[in-house]
Write a protein that binds this ligand. Structure first.
Ligand code: DI6
Ligand code: FE
Length: 401
């Protein structure tokens, strides 16, 4: 028996991804997966035999955090746009004038694969330093077949070279590239007929769209969803961020794992999510940076029992924020989530938003042994305080990483 792959973590204050445990717990790990859990009062000497025992002295143990919505791979930055917005331009004005997403598209197309990798690495390391063990990374700043695939290759390489699980999403339908001005349907043809089939060859796990007046219509997004499904890819949507087009309900009807942003979602939309089992992903970083005032319909999401995930939306325009822990505080402060709802949003529910609920996001037998130890006893402190508590240890597949 390889004893080093058999580890028993004892005296943990456990938040298992859904709830906090009433008593100190022991968590057994074998071959990178969680084998069993027991309360400390149930744990016998026999249970300990064959395990390397690690006493965490009451530290809070949570699942490794999951950032289920990021745009970490991009060229350049948008500090100039940040300054322009301080002088009164709106995000939509800048987008219509060819800035915004399109300026990042130009910088991303011009960058080599190595340059994109090197600039994305510290962003990802910042998330990891905050306890992230699984991250979703979208394309969407290339908007040509080759440059979208280039972004996805960089995202896959980040997952190979750093101790973090990376899930990739093709976001070809993020913005209309200048070459297709006045021909949005022609661009959607390219996404459906070229990008999706190529990305489905192992480069992407899912397909996303931006359904909005400044991006793509519900009908165009539905075409993308149909193509994604035909190629066996999961689907997600940026929906109801700036207006209510009904994109969330359309995504739910197509079987989306999640719809993200959803500040303008109405009750019919919430019902559609509940019926389809689609996760509602909240992105308070973009809400904060854009100084939005319309809060997502949290009370309706609670009433219809729609699981709420929480993510950084880390991107150069609307959320240049590389801290998932900060999102815990923002979700409570700006959207009035409880700390436990916010924590579920970065663990069990964000796993669901990626279709990975049988792999990660909870501390339960059979799942990957991805977890974090924190310098506190109380899960609420993770949301309450910014900058503390400290991450003491980050464990991926049973190994300190
Ligand atoms: N919504 C967002 O918040 C990001 N993309 C999207 O569709 C913003 C992307 C950017 O401004 O670069
Ligand atoms: Fe986004």
């Amino acid at each position: 028996m390889n004893r080093s792959s058999h580890r028993l973590w004892v005296n943990a204050s456990l938040f298992d991804g859904l709830n906090g445990a009433a008593e100190p717990m022991a968590v057994a790990v074998q071959a990178g997966r969680i084998a069993w859990l027991k309360t400390m009062s149930e744990l016998s000497a026999d249970d300990r035999s064959g395990f390397e025992c690690i006493d965490v002295a009451g530290a809070l143990m949570t699942p490794g955090l999951i950032d289920c919505h990021t745009h970490l791979v991009f060229g350049g930055n948008r500090a100039g746009e940040f300054e322009a917005r301080l002088e009164g331009s709106s995000y939509e004005d800048i987008a219509r004038a060819g800035g915004g997403i399109i300026s990042t598209v130009c910088a991303t197309r011009a960058a080599t694969e190595d340059e994109l990798f090197e600039s994305a690495r510290p962003r990802l390391q910042a998330l990891m330093a905050d306890g992230v063990t699984t991250v979703e990374i979208k394309s969407g700043y290339g908007l040509t077949l080759e440059s979208e695939l280039k972004m996805l290759r960089v995202a896959r390489r980040l997952g190979r070279e750093l101790p973090v699980r990376v899930v990739t999403t093709l976001l070809g339908a993020h913005a209309l590239p200048p070459e297709y001005k006045d021909n949005a349907d022609g661009y959607i043809d390219l996404v459906c007929n070229r990008m999706i089939p190529a990305a489905a060859e192992g480069l992407a796990d899912a397909v996303d769209v931006f359904c909005e007046n400044i991006a793509f219509s519900v009908a165009q997004c539905e075409r993308v969803y149909a193509a994604a499904r035909a190629h066996g890819l999961a689907i997600k949507g940026h929906t109801e961020q700036l207006s209510n087009l009904g994109g969330s309900a359309a995504a739910a009807r197509a079987g989306a794992l999640s719809v993200d942003h959803i500040e303008y979602l109405d009750e019919d939309g919430v019902k559609a999510l509940a019926e389809a089992g689609t996760v509602a992903t909240l992105l308070p970083g973009a809400f904060f940076i854009l100084r939005e005032t319309r809060v997502p319909p949290i009370e309706l999401l609670r009433r219809y029992r729609v699981p709420m995930a929480l993510a950084t939306d880390a991107n150069p325009g609307t959320s240049p924020i590389f801290s998932l822990k900060l999102m815990l505080n923002m979700a409570c402060t700006l959207f009035r989530l409880t700390p436990i709802e916010a924590l579920r949003g970065v663990t069990a529910h964000s796993a669901r938003a990626l279709g990975l609920q049988e792999e990660v996001g909870r501390i339960a037998p059979g799942l990957q042994a991805d977890f974090c130890l924190w310098d506190t006893l109380n899960p609420a402190e993770l949301a309450y305080s910014v900058g503390l508590p400290r991450l003491v240890q980050r464990i991926v597949a049973g190994e300190c990483a």
